[in-house]
Design a protein around this ligand. Structure first.
Ligand code: ADP
Length: 642
């Protein structure tokens, strides 16, 4: 007894798209069918708890078999099966939420046909994905709530056929008649290869809770009557193998998993030969349900900073693999982490686009980020050496994390940064810096330079050194940008040793310099006039002790930032505002004053040389090295006494 029925319209449309999905990831059909089988077993099991008619001791399994002659691949389960009505309802129409949502999306989307195909290709929509690889599908099924078995057969065009059969088993068997390879070699034939199928099961369905079994034909050495191997004699025997490992390590209880197990899992899964620097096992139950395993590799991946590097965590839904690099789960500054998230709250049948808008995913992502940050905080507190190793590898990423998005994450991350300082051998945090600030110290001082030594030698350090204030040593390009975004820490403002009022001298001394500046106004004006193309102002310095000059910048763009920006492609010629400071206590100032009073034309040479020297000290290239050298020669000749 059989009947032919028409597919509902929306199913037809989906089928059409599915069949024409010639572009992408067809192999996911297997994952979809295995997930359906697993769901059917779940349902049976659940019902068996309350329904005596069902077999409570059933040994659940999913069987895969291949028949090369008829080019078929079958996935069989001993789950709940379907009654005739259910069969028509489930496979003859698309009524399920995931699929329906998907269809809505497809309807609204002004997406091109190609991108629609990609959505399906990558995520599939359950049962129908079988038609990506099969030209005909037969589903034979028997529900415990029906006396008969039924077979659904369709080539996925307009109609399907339902046949009534005498039952031979309980559950469902989905048999795919694979398409023939036409264009691409091995496009469909690969699904007739046991090893290929076994790899796909491992890849996508390794953590399905029920055994997925397949019979393998293997060659074994023959045995004699006593059970000893007979040399050089082999026979073919059938061996049933379970393809999946079933219990994922992250599904175990946290206290049941050792660090060694986690490390081994990491090494095997991510092909690293070293243990990770740290692992984080997250298990959240409540409004949000998920498990995550996060690893920080010991060494940053070699291509971490290249455009090709893809950040992301693997995404599973109830143990079923969905996606390899889900980038929405990882903020950019943590791009180096590896690991996975498994959630019960995510629908499997969901396209990448829908996934991106999923609130659950956004919540998980936020939560994972917080957990990682708090793990890092606890490492910093309790395992300082390890944290230093982490920071040496990845600190720069965290710095970018602070700078990125106009400082959105600065409060979350500011305590994770380690600094070298001029007074201390070891790294300090901002908290530690502030705690050891001297009495009367108003600012958190910082200086940029190549090394601590170079910074210590800077003239701007004269008075700071005398006061014994510590100074953060900034050597990474991003440092000053990060500090600019932070602006302050615990109410203390950051201050570059190169910038305006450093508050290093007493009010009395300040007044004195102010008076002096008034007295020497015309000289300073003259110098400013000579250097008008280069500096905004020439002033007497409050910060110099023994050095003759230094160059400082106004608040805002600093010299270091100027250097970084000028190296960027298509950068505009942006310059920090330069102010030349002269030390009124230095002998050189006296010399200049004399030249000025004598109206000596050498004043111009002196002014220019002073400016060039200040540039050199700052590590900024001088505009005209030849002119500089000529001026030096002129002075040397004058000075030479022979
Ligand atoms: P989804 O799995 O998202 O519901 P599918 O198209 O994969 O969508 O399947 C539609 C329905 O068909 C399922 O909800 C289920 O009721 C039924 N079904 C599919 N495969 C099986 C199976 N192996 N055993 C029992 N029912 C099944």
């Amino acid at each position: 007894m059989s009947e032919i029925r028409e597919f509902k319209t929306e199913s037809k449309r989906l089928l059409e798209l599915m069949i024409n999905s010639i572009y992408t990831n067809k192999e996911i059909f297997l994952r979809e069918l295995i997930s359906n089988a697993s769901d059917a077993i779940d349902k049976y099991h659940y019902l068996s708890l309350t329904d005596d008619k069902l077999d409570r001791s059933r040994e659940y399994e999913i069987n895969i078999s291949i028949d090369k002659d008829s080019r078929t691949l079958s996935i069989k389960d001993n789950g709940i099966g379907m009654t005739k009505e259910e069969l028509i309802d489930s496979l003859g129409t698309i009524a399920k939420s995931g699929s329906l949502e998907f269809m809505e999306k497809m309807k609204d989307a002004e997406a091109s046909e190609q991108s629609k195909l990609e959505i399906i290709g990558q995520f599939g929509v359950g049962f129908y994905s079988a038609y990506m690889v099969a030209s005909k599908v037969e589903v034979t099924t028997k529900s415990p709530y029906s006396d008969k078995a039924y077979r659904f057969t369709s080539n996925g065009t307009d109609s399907y056929e339902i046949e009534e059969l005498e039952p031979t088993f309980e559950g469902s068997e989905v048999k795919l008649y694979l398409r023939k390879d036409e264009g691409e070699e091995n496009e469909y034939d690969r699904y007739l290869d046991q090893y290929e199928i076994s790899d796909l099961v491992k890849k996508y369905s390794d953590y399905i809770r029920y055994p997925i079994k397949m019979e393998f034909e293997v060659e074994k050495q023959k045995k004699d009557e006593e059970g000893n191997n007979i040399e050089n004699e082999y026979e073919k025997v059938l061996e049933v193998r379970t393809l999946n490992s079933m219990t994922p390590i992250w599904k175990k209880k946290k206290n049941e998993v050792t660090d060694e197990e986690l490390n081994n899992f990491y090494k095997q899964k991510y092909y690293d030969y070293q243990d990770p620097l740290a692992n984080i096992f997250i298990n959240i139950e409540g409004a949000l349900n998920y498990t995550a395993l996060i690893f920080i590799p010991k060494k940053a991946p070699y291509d971490l900073y290249s455009d090709k590097y893809e950040k992301g965590l693997q995404l599973y839904s109830k143990g079923v693999f969905i996606m390899d690099k889900c980038k929405d789960l990882v903020p950019d500054y943590l791009r180096f982490i590896r690991g996975l998230v498994d959630s019960n709250d995510l629908s499997l049948n969901i396209s990448r686009e829908l996934l991106q808008q999923s609130k659950e995913l956004a919540d998980i992502s936020k939560n994972v980020e917080k957990k990682i940050v708090s793990k890092l905080e606890s490492m910093l507190k309790n395992e300082r050496e390890l944290y230093k190793e982490f920071f040496n590898n990845y600190g720069i990423n965290i710095k970018y994390g602070i700078y990125d998005k106009y400082g959105l994450k600065k409060d979350l991350l500011k305590d994770l940064i380690l600094y070298h300082t001029v007074n201390q051998e070891d790294y300090v945090t901002l908290k530690e810096y502030v705690e050891s600030m001297k009495e009367g110290q108003e600012f958190i001082y910082y200086a940029s330079g190549k090394t601590k030594e170079a910074i210590l030698a800077l003239p701007q350090m004269d008075l700071i050194k005398k006061q014994g204030y510590d100074v953060l040593v900034l050597t990474d390009e991003v440092d000053e940008f990060m500090i600019n975004v932070m602006q302050e820490y615990e109410g203390k403002k950051f201050k570059s040793i190169n910038q305006g009022d450093l508050n290093l001298i007493s009010d009395e001394d300040k007044e004195k310099i102010k008076q002096q500046s008034e007295d020497k106004k015309s000289l300073l004006e003259k110098l400013k006039e000579i250097l008008a193309d280069d500096v905004k102002d020439v002033v007497l310095s409050e910060r110099l002790e023994t050095s003759p000059v230094c160059l400082v910048s106004e608040d805002g763009l600093s010299f270091e930032m100027e250097k970084v920006i000028s190296q960027m492609p298509n950068s505009k010629d942006i310059k920090a505002t330069r102010i030349l400071e002269i030390n009124p206590k230095h002998k050189l100032f006296e010399a200049i004053e004399n030249l000025y009073n004598d109206n000596d034309p050498m004043l111009e040479t002196y002014a220019k040389l002073l400016y060039d020297q200040a540039l050199l000290i700052e590590g900024i290239a001088i505009k005209d090295p030849v002119a500089f050298s000529n001026m030096m020669c002129e002075l040397m000749v004058k000075q030479a006494k022979y």
